[in-house]
Design a protein around this ligand. Structure first.
Ligand code: HEM
Ligand SMILES: CC(C)=CCC/C(C)=C/CC/C(C)=C/COP(=O)(O)OP(=O)(O)O
Length: 291
């Protein structure tokens, strides 16, 4: 018992808590847009808890599988497994336990579709992204990034019992957002990935190709985010905000394209902006769906 208490921060860390906040936030926004306000308190809490348990469990399984490469990268070598704070077996059991608990919560207090979608999201992240694509292809995060786009589908189904078109558009928004989000960071972390032998885009195709593709995804993101307006779920306020922040995202990726490959000032700014862009866009989905 004493050991578990001492290891609690390590268990918390393997759930990738900071990324979870964004996943839960996009789920909550989808629930509020679907309901046009605050949905039933019990369903909201259960859906948030279910996703937190499942994505936390999936992140733990990702940490379990990636413990060899995490030990080789500067950014990840202080994580609980490379540091030896907890054992691989403990993390493996913890991951499966969280995902199982999530299934119970969602089946009992939400609905079967939400439980199945959440399990699919975890499977996508752990098996398709982590175990299959991450070490094989520079398209790893394009295809695998779809895992992180599940929360709006999960939130929408928790409230309505089905997958609506607006939720599919929200899924597509996160899908298009992921490449410029990650590649801007990968540009200035590429030596880390090269050392660990991970075929991230800048390592395999170089900085220029990565930057060019980021611009293309940022343009697709602007177009995808605008689509929500045409589902009559949100007002024109959303269209104005989505276009403004979307154009700004394109500007950031273009400035990154034109900066020298020795300095990554704009790449760092683009990464920071990506973390500001997504919550802002989702907040305006709620605001403009309620007015
Ligand atoms: C395959 C897709 C993705 C990859 C490879 C990826 C990778 C990363 C990396 C390497 C960081 C930096 C962490 C650090 O500096 O230690 C990061 C930060 C972050 N990512 Fe992503 N990400 C992906 C998708 C997502 C998605 C879908 C979300 C949520 C919607 C998300 C939310 C965040 C947040 C909130 C942070 C900042 C918190 C932090 O630095 O720990 N990411 N991401
Ligand atoms: C149930 C459900 C929707 C689960 C989603 C799980 C999840 C945590 C998705 C986010 C995607 C993500 C943060 C990838 C990080 O990639 P990485 O593992 O390559 O990053 P790292 O190098 O920091 O470990």
């Amino acid at each position: 018992m004493h050991k578990i208490y001492r290891s609690a921060p390590a268990y918390y860390e393997v759930t990738k808590p900071r990324i979870q906040i964004m996943l839960l936030f996009t789920e909550l926004c989808a629930m509020m847009v679907a309901h046009k306000g605050l949905p039933d308190f019990r369903v909201t809490c259960a859906a948030l808890l279910g996703l937190a348990l499942s994505s936390g469990g999936a992140a733990a399984l990702n940490m379990w599988y990636d413990r060899d490469i995490d030990a080789q990268m500067e950014r990840t070598q202080k994580r609980p497994l490379p540091s030896g704070l907890i054992t691989p077996l403990e993390v493996l059991v913890f991951g499966f336990l969280l995902i199982s608990l999530s299934q119970i919560v969602l089946f009992v207090w939400v609905n079967p579709l939400t439980a199945v979608l959440t399990l699919l999201g975890a499977f996508y992240y752990v098996v398709i992204y982590t175990m299959w694509l991450k070490r094989k292809t520079p398209q790893n995060i394009v295809i695998g990034g779809g895992a992180g786009a599940f929360p709006p589908l999960i939130g929408w189904s928790a409230v309505t019992g089905q997958i609506g078109l607006p939720a599919i558009i929200m899924f597509a928004v996160i899908f298009m957002w992921t490449p410029p989000h990650f590649w801007s960071l990968a540009l200035y972390r590429s030596s880390d990935y090269a050392r660990a032998g991970i075929p991230m885009m800048p390592v395999v195709h170089g900085a220029r190709a990565t930057k060019r593709q980021s611009v293309l995804y940022a343009i697709c993101l602007l177009l995808t985010s605008s689509l929500l307006y045409f589902t009559h779920t949100v007002s024109s306020l959303y269209l104005i905000i989505a276009s403004s922040v979307g154009i700004l995202f394109i500007v950031f990726t273009v400035l990154t394209l034109f900066e020298a490959d020795t300095t990554y000032v704009w790449a760092r700014r683009t990464f920071a902006y990506s973390l500001f862009y997504l919550p802002l866009l989702f907040i305006f989905m709620i605001v403009s769906s309620a007015i």
